[in-house]
Design a protein around this ligand. Sequence first.
Ligand code: ZN
Length: 233
Amino acid sequence: MQLAAGKDAVILLSGGIDSATAAAIAREQGFQLHALSFDYGQRHIRELDSAKRVAAFLGAASHRLIKFDLRGIGGSALTDQIEVPKGRSAAAIAQGIPVTYVPARNTIFLSFALALAERIDAVDIFFGANQLDYSGYPDCREAYINAFEQMANLATKAGVEGKRRLTVRTPLLHLSKAEIIKKGRELGVDYGLTWSCYDPTFDEQACGGCDSCQLRLKGFEEAGAVDPVPYKR
Ligand SMILES: [Zn+2]
């Protein structure tokens, strides 16, 4: 085993606020970052530019882009011919699972992270899941994370041979969006590099009205900060 083993961590990097902040926290904790992003046929492919910039900004040891096409499954406003909802009220956003939910997406992402962790002898996977301000997606909740971690240790050679326990670290799970932004700013994260909008304009401005934009804008407002990303007027 190499000397650095055990300090390497896999980080799921979408290009958004949460994953950038989780990555900054991992770095602060002394981990070497191995970032993983996905081109899965998402409407907001713009986020991958941000993932690349964030990985470089945080000095990631590696950054992989995995391609597959979830439009072959569809069933989400992000991967199918379904309109992204705009201008929903905070109460509406907080209720139920919206049409921007992508079927089983985080399980697919985490499975790739698990494969990479096993491949590079890492035992830590960082995942910026947040169950407070995250549109009620079921695959961002604590019970789900715990179950995935348990599965990971049953599913891999590394886990079964018992050499080490794989851990899914979710440092943002119980934070509000504002708390996440404050934490990231303390750690020097440049949120101008990040991207959240599900439905950007052709000239790369955020729409300001989708759930993701609204949660982001509310987070910045509550954190007493200005969002550096451009919005369409
Ligand atoms: Zn938007």
